[in-house]
Design a protein around this ligand. Sequence first.
Ligand code: PLP
Length: 382
Amino acid sequence: MGIYADYAATTPVKPQVIDAMMSIYQHHYGNPSSIHTQGRDARHFLDESRRKVAQVLNAETHEILFTSGATESNNTVIKGIAQARRNKGMHLITSKIEHHSVLHVFEWLEKQGFEVTYIDVDETGRINLNQLKQALREDTTLVSIMFVNNEVGTMQPIDEIQEMVAQSQAYFHTDAVQAVGHLPIDVKELGVDALSLTAHKFGGPKGVGILYVKKGTELQYQQQGGEQETKRRAGTENVPQIVGLTEALTLADANRDAYNIHNTQLKEQLLVGLQDRAIPFELNGSMIETTNHIVNLYFPFIDVETLLTLLDLAGIFVSSGSACTAGSTIPSHVLSAMYGDYPRVTRSVRISLNELMTTEEMNRIIVEIQKIYLKFKEEEHV
Ligand SMILES: Cc1ncc(COP(=O)(O)O)c(C=O)c1O
C-alpha cells in the first residue's frame, strides 16, 4: 500500500459524504426545478444545503452560489466584477503567487485592455503590504488575494489587506480553497466581498464548489440559460454533489481544531525526523503564518523530478507544487516569486498532510527520504 501525502492536491471523499450523496442519487433524484413532488423533494435538499453552507460561512443564503469548483468560482467572480465595473475603472490587483485559476484570468483580462498589478511576496510567501497600499488607485475595482497558498501553506494577512482595500472603492475577493478545515471562514469577520471554495480539498467530491458573493456586489454573471441559482448560473444543479459538499464542509468545520493539532504534530515529526537524521533541507514558507497542512521543503542534494520518481517507486505520493504544474518542467511560479533562485525552485517538494495520515506513515516518508539521501551521498552526488 502506498502512502498518500498530497492532500493539498485532493482528498479522498469521506464515508459520511458518500452516504449522503448516495441517498440523493438513489432516492432524491428529481430535477430541483420541476414542480412535481419529486422535483420539490430535490429542491428541499438543495435549499437545505445552501442554508447549511451559509450558516458555516456566516453568510446569507442568497449570497451562496454553487459552482463546479474553485476554477469556475474564480473565473466567474474575477471576470464578472472586472466587466461589471469597467465604467468605474480598469485597474485590478492580485498577487504573484495565486493559483493559475486566478492568475490566468487576470492575464486574460490584460488582453481585454485591463491593467493588472501583481504584488510581490517575501521569502515566507507573504504579500508586500506597502506595495499593495501604493498600488491601490482611484480606478482599482478589484483586489484578489488568496487566503492560504496551495504550494507552501503560507497564510496572507487577510485582515490588513481587507482594511486597506476597504479604504478604496475596490472589492476584495479571496481564494480560500486551502483554508477550509484549517482556519475559520466567517465571511463577515473576514470582511470580504467574494470568496471561492472547492469541495475536493476537504473530503468532498470533485467538480463542485462555492462562490460567496456579498449582497449588492456588482458582478456580470457569465452563464446564460435557465433560471437556476437565482438566474446567476444557468444549468441543472448537481444536487448529489452539492449535498456531499455540504456534509464535507460541516465535518471540516466541526473538526478543525482536532485536524490542526494532528497536522501540526505530523509536521513537527517530519522536520525533527529529517533534522535528527542530518538530512540537509530548508523549509519553504513561514514557520508561523501557516496552516501546517502543507510542508514545502528544499532538498539541495536532489532535483525534484528525481526525488518524486524515487519516492513514487517507494510508494510515497507527494508533489512538486501545484498539481497543474506537476509533471511539467516549468518551475513553480510561487517558489520563483519567493526566492527567484533557480536551484531552490527546482529542488523543492510539497508534502501535504491530512487527518487521515498516521505517524507510522510519516515515519516511512522520513525513512525513504533518508535512504535516497544516503544513496546520493554514497554516489558522491552530494
Ligand atoms: C488555491 C486553489 N485555488 C483554486 C483551485 C482550483 O480548484 P478546482 O480544481 O477544484 O477548480 C485549487 C486546486 O488546486 C487551489 O489549490
